[in-house]
Design a protein around this ligand. Structure first.
Ligand code: PRP
Ligand code: HPA
Ligand code: MG
Length: 194
């Protein structure tokens, strides 16, 4: 185990077993539909790579880059689109693939933006669902694991851009970061301000 990890929460094997099951469910639910898996960069990259291979259907992949955490363990509250989709989605069934839903700010912003582009359907698949009071409520159609309100890293999830390559999900030792400010509670998202 990495020296900065307090505890392994979800092992490599548990991740793969769950992703196989999610893939089977999505294969069943989207049979005969024009499916677009929309991955959120950067955190969802390992998850979408494994999940896409567990889905036995023709599908398209595209990505949006949204960022709000920067180098902090608390959301800045400001969601930025760093990279947009390549094309329109009005002829597609869009399944957004996220690594984690924490405050809910990122997905709330994204869903709002994607709905305005009139996809045939819009659903959410998140590997992790953090058990906490959301700042924004978001509907989750598929999720892998519910986790406690701890800052986790690995399998795509970062702290200050590091640890994304750990093959498991682990709780980061609090001694690795030290923060007093809780900026997510002090700012509105850009969607709200618009
Ligand atoms: O529910 P929320 O509190 O909004 O948190 C969830 C989002 O935060 C992280 O992304 P981040 O902004 O750190 O970008 P990254 O994927 O590049 O790490 C994570 O990958 C989710 O997209
Ligand atoms: O617990 C987390 N870890 C890493 N990135 C995150 N983005 C939101 N919550 C988290
Ligand atoms: Mg991050």
């Amino acid at each position: 185990m990495h020296q900065d990890i307090e505890e392994i929460l979800i092992s490599e094997e548990e991740l793969q077993t769950k992703i196989t099951a999610l893939g089977e469910q999505i294969t069943h639910d989207y049979a005969g539909k024009n499916l677009l898996l929309l991955g959120t960069l950067k955190g969802a990259v390992p998850f979408i790579a494994d999940l896409a291979r567990a889905i036995n259907l023709p599908l398209e992949l595209d990505y949006m880059a949204v960022a709000s955490y920067g180098n902090s363990t608390q959301s800045s509250g400001i969601v930025r689109i760093v990279k947009d989709l390549e094309g329109p989605i009005d002829q597609k069934h869009v399944l957004v693939i996220e690594d984690i839903i924490d405050s809910g700010l990122t997905l709330h912003y994204l869903i709002d933006l994607l709905r305005r582009r009139n996809p045939l359907s819009l659903k959410i698949c998140s590997l992790l669902n953090k058990e906490r009071t959301r700042l924004k409520d978001v509907p989750i159609d598929y999720h892998g694991f519910t986790i406690p309100d701890k800052f986790v890293v690995g399998y795509g999830l970062d702290y200050a851009q590091l640890y994304r390559n750990l093959p498991y999900i682990g709780i980061l030792k609090p001694s690795v970061y030290s923060e007093t400010a809780q900026p997510e509670k002090q700012h509105k998202s850009m969607a709200e301000e618009a």
